[in-house]
Design a protein around this ligand. Sequence first.
Ligand SMILES: Cc1ncc(COP(=O)(O)O)c(C=O)c1O
Length: 438
Amino acid sequence: MKKTKTTDFRYNTGATAVPWAAVGENYNARDLMAIIRFLMQGEGKEYDDAIAAVWEQVQKLDAVATPPGKLSLGSQVEAAEAACNDYLGTDTSTFVTNATAGFEIAYKYANLKAGDEVIVPAITFVATMAYPLAIGCKLVFADVDPKTINMDPADVAKKITPNTKMIVPVHIGGYPVDMDPIMELARKHDILVLEDAAHAFGAMYKGKKVGTIGDFAAFSMHEVKNITSFGEGGILTTTVPGFGDDMKRARFLGLDFSCPIKDWLYNITPIQGKFGPFVPGNSSTTEIQGLGLKLQVERNEEIIEIRRKAAAYLTERFAENDAIIPQDLGGEDVKPTFHLYLLQIDPAKAGGDIQVLKKKLEQKGVTQIAHFGPLYRFKIVKDILGLDEDEIAKTCPVCEEVFYKRFTHLPLYGLSDEQLKYMADAVLESVAEMQAGK
Ligand SMILES: Cc1ncc(COP(=O)(O)O)c(C=O)c1O
């Protein structure tokens, strides 16, 4: 590669004899080949021949190419954010290391402190509650809607107290939470809403993109999600007026280049939260991740459509047996991303509960995901907050019923037609066996 180094915006020394380059050590041709081999794996003669041909061309390219001037927070990250803005209809998309890091910025904006209450749904992933748990907030678990397993707004209403600082609806599996009543409650009680939209990039609720309704939202681009940015990534958005620019600074330790202090390159100015300033961390993302995200955002609609068709197929097949409660496919007001397929059964009609069905599916080689469950059952909730799981369980009866008796998640993407059919057959056969007492 040419030895040219470009300067970093942080140390912008311009066209000079000895610039301060942003990138300490560039990747070379050998590194690039290792990356190609990692992203496109294979073996055998045909593969080895193709790799040898690519290596030859990469060496030629290396002789004439210039390395990128930046590897972190540059034009690719900006382009990914612009693509997300276009797609979501916002101007605040901030690309962070993952959704969990995005949540942290939103939680810090709320100036949460020990003892404050945060309402989360009983069923979600631990990431939703990691920050409030870490700083000693009291987590309050809202019961779930039996149809969607999302947070039930009616139960949220019952659990709001003068200490409630945040409500965190989670669009589980990409199915939008009923946001109107949640926002109404939040506005009435002056509570901030953080949407955990980890599964829901592209979902719609009443004509609006999910993630643009609450005060904050974070999407996950972790490898298992519908789209990814090379394995990790998150997009944070806000509707808090004027906070978008500060949110970008909150991603990188509060560095402020707009008003450098004397004899210095920058300043560190406070990030203003709802009740006072807060100290941000570092959740910067790389240019390669930015590039990867932009490419995948461009095909998000296509990906959702493939998943929607797969879900529609399963829902249609499951109509055969009324013991199966198939995933709701949405309609005008609700358009899910179909990240996961929510399979439920009516235990009375099925002649057994979901645990029996899960075992049968396992025996037939069908993956189903017991990943999302009652968070209050985790040891950490008891040990850190001193909360009694059985006491909380009494306040979340629907969660207990659906998790232990009624639901599991089926995968939707990357499946061939044969696999999809096999999965539908396996579910139908298993339920029929249960009904026949086998
Ligand atoms: C419901 C939910 N919230 C949050 C997260 C965290 O996302 P990330 O891994 O990007 O931090 C996940 C990840 O799986 C999730 O399932």
